[in-house]
Design a binder for this molecule. Sequence first.
Ligand code: PEP
Ligand code: MG
Length: 578
Amino acid sequence: MTFSLHGQAVSPGIAIGRAHLVSNAILEVAHYQLRERDIITELARFDKAVTTAGAELDALRSEASVPGAPAELSAFVDVHAMILADPTLSEGVRELIRERRCNAEWALVQQMQLVVDQFDEFEDAYLRERKQDIVQVVERVLKVLQGKARKIARRKASADDDLIVVANDLSPADTIQFKNLKIGGFVTDLGGSTSHTAIVARSLAIPAVVGMQHARPLIQDDDLLIVDGTRGALIVDPDLGVLQEYRLRKAELELERSKLRRLIGARAQSLDGEDVELHANIELPQDTERAREVGADGVGLFRTEFLFMNRDDLPDEDEQFEAYRAVVKAMGDKPVTIRTLDIGADKDARALRKRAGNRLSPNPALGLRAIRFCLAEPQLFLVQLRAILRASHYGKVRLLIPMLAHAQEIEQTLSLIELARLQLCDARQKVSRVEIGGMIEIPAAALSLGPFLRKLDFLSIGTNDLIQYTLAIDRTDDAVAHLYDPLHPAVLKLMAQTIQSAQRVLMPVAVCGEMAGDPRLTRLLLGMGLRQFSMHPAQLLEVKQQVMMADTAQLGLRVAKLLKLDEPDKIAEQLEKL
Ligand code: PEP
Ligand code: MG
């Protein structure tokens, strides 16, 4: 049956392909209705999964009987085998499958919840804790049940058709792994448009829609899907007419994209002769390939925190140095802006969390994130600083510091950079001159630029966080995503003031947030006086096209008028007219 869902368009384009459901929690399962005639097969599938899980436990039991094996292993295997054999769990599941005509995975999780809730009532703490064993047994059976789906995913990942990931939520760490897979697009039920997950989707240039609310429970593995990443729509099981229309639109988009490639060698110059620099944002060293392909003027933002994700250890100085040097060498004589670790908020690294004792910040976006974390962990920060300084010997490196708000944070950071330099000199390592810049992404920084202008070499405006912190909107929360407004007059004023103040003292200033890569906003930013943009390579040519059609002098006058407005409707109207 065809149906469509809507969410937030975060990465444009069209993907047509088969659904691949992923769970960040194994217990998050799909729920679907069975046809009457499929009930017997589903019961048999469940029974078979229980038998396989039992056989796995038997295999574990023989391992447990080997001399030297831990005694707890045998005890836990016995408890798990007992739970698996207990009819309370399996009979309840069978009944649910029969009566509610639901899939085995869902029935199993429902029955587990029922049993676990009863355990919560027990007075005896030991018995109460046994509920964890029940969860583990259920996970074992679920893994067997879902094994088939995983095999399908592997087969499809290697085939030519698009694979569309459907998830309740994806972390930036999950999404960055798509760089090594052939993923056609993705949709999630949660998430905001400038969450790092959405940013990674744009960097992969794959269509994506987030904040869909109900996609995960309504879609089944292998459903045919159309993701319209431009309009924020997902069409499930489309009929032939719709499918053909989208195939046509997809082909048109591809044609438009290939036409844009003609601009690769062209100079990014406005009609009135203003040169504009267009740099690339990257997450991993391999992204330099795309940056070079589209002719970027350099790397304007290397989000180094992605090197720290999806691993249990921390990259040491040599490993980091190799990664930074690879980027610097790949970019030749073009500048590479390496941003120091911006971990925290939605960007999570297991090894760092473990180091902090797995302590959860009550409000991570306002907590020990980015430079605050680095200054609290100077030894770890020095490792990164040394690695970056060592890479400077191989090209033109600029060092960018995220989330600065206080003058003393600038001072402390500069002292640590100096210390790292001295340590390298003592070790007779070669280091070249490195420009040091600060991100303007907290309103306090934009409103008190003095120390930034006096102590640093350049500025880069991080509009993603500047909007988040100015409007008090969590950029990852779909519940408030409608209030996340890049055109809010307060945001525009902070940006315009920062650009003007920097230019008054001849300090280079860039925008590296998502606004810089949105071609609908290029004229606005040019009118504010911006001449350095940094964005994902996939967006660069469209922005260049806008630059080449713009008259910056005229835009300057119009944008000055727009900045005096304080009503969103009027601002939007003026933006249309720019
Ligand atoms: C920003 O905040 O605009 C920015 C570029 O940094 P990030 O998106 O990595 O927080
Ligand atoms: Mg930021």
